[in-house]
Ligand binder design. Structure first.
Ligand SMILES: NC(=O)c1ccc[n+]([C@@H]2O[C@H](COP(=O)([O-])OP(=O)(O)OC[C@H]3O[C@@H](n4cnc5c(N)ncnc54)[C@H](OP(=O)(O)O)[C@@H]3O)[C@@H](O)[C@H]2O)c1
Length: 273
């Protein structure tokens, strides 16, 4: 598995990660205590770690933090880059600190590598949220700060609100099928060296059945691997495909062990313009 610099953190992280958002039904039934398919999901996350993936993405809302805790329990915690998120109703200082404490407990860990604001909330000043995040960093419980589903302007506001540290990551929808970030956020991330975590990297499951990927896949690669390598091969982009089935995760991890040629990239860029 290839590794690359994660923003300016000084950490090298696998070029792709595993995502642990499943579906709204899982979240709804999770609140009721039902965890159908939990064992397979834990195995899928573990498969990613066994394949050399070190980046794991979860969120307080996903109902998957306890699964991540199980999957990482017997691994070397320091080798894992653990990312979670705070929901937009917990962005005032005290709420954020409490939500973070609950995530730590569910994750069974003493620290989180990346804490991300899941969605912006215009009713809470970003200065208050970012100052609460920086307090967690000061206390040694949090390593790095990120935001998700923020516009470029909101990203800049979040960055400007940080006094003692820098914004390390932005998480947005990015795949061959959805390239809007290339217009503004991606060039900004590249110039500021901010990591871009690409969610829906398989087009929410559509790309593995898209025949436009066949030429680049050739004989040795699969469509999913081509779609993920197209993202993972970019300097600051880390795709986080969903891990709910181990065989898919093994296949997807194969996207981090080879590189598309420049010609293949150009061909894909033009096919998906
Ligand atoms: N920040 C946000 O607001 C936000 C929003 C959405 C998602 N996310 C993050 O992004 C992650 C990915 O999003 P997503 O899961 O919706 O989209 P995705 O990864 O683009 O697509 C997932 C779908 O692709 C299928 N799949 C995975 N690997 C495959 C393969 N090799 N061959 C064929 N099918 C394959 C999955 O099936 P199986 O499940 O059967 O493997 C699932 O149906 C989430 O888990 C979450 O961590 C973040």
């Amino acid at each position: 598995m290839q590794l690359k610099d994660f923003a300016k953190t000084g950490r090298k992280v696998s070029v792709l990660g595993v995502g642990t958002y499943y579906d709204p039904a899982w979240i709804a039934t999770g609140f009721l205590g039902w965890k159908r398919g939990a064992r397979e999901k834990v195995e899928a996350i573990r498969a990613g770690l066994d394949a050399g993936i070190t980046l794991v993405d979860t969120a307080e809302i996903y109902q998957s933090e306890p699964l991540v805790a199980k999957a990482i329990a017997e691994k070397n915690r320091d080798e894992i880059f653990l990312a979670t998120k705070v929901w937009s109703n917990h962005l005032h200082r005290d709420e954020l600190v409490s939500a973070f404490g609950r995530s730590l407990a569910r994750l069974g860990t003493k620290y989180v590598d990346l804490y991300q604001v899941h969605f912006p909330n215009p009713r809470v000043p970003i200065q208050e949220t970012m100052s609460a995040m920086e307090k967690l960093v000061e206390d040694g419980k949090l390593r790095h700060i990120g935001v998700s589903n923020f516009s470029l302007e909101q990203i800049k506001d979040a960055q400007a609100a940080l006094r003692k540290t820098e914004l390390s990551a932005v998480q947005l929808d990015y795949s061959l099928l959805h390239r809007a970030v290339e217009n503004d956020v991606l060039p900004y991330c590249d110039s500021e060296k901010i990591a871009l975590l690409a969610y829906y990297p398989l087009g929410h499951g559509k790309l593995p059945s898209d025949s436009r990927l066949d030429q680049a896949a050739g004989n040795g690669r699969t469509r999913a691997q081509v779609a993920l390598q197209w993202l993972a091969g970019k300097p600051n982009v880390f795709p986080i495909p969903r891990a709910s089935r181990a065989e898919h995760v093994w296949e997807n991890a194969g996207a981090g062990t080879w590189e598309l040629s420049e010609g293949q990239r150009e061909d894909l860029d033009s096919k998906y313009r």
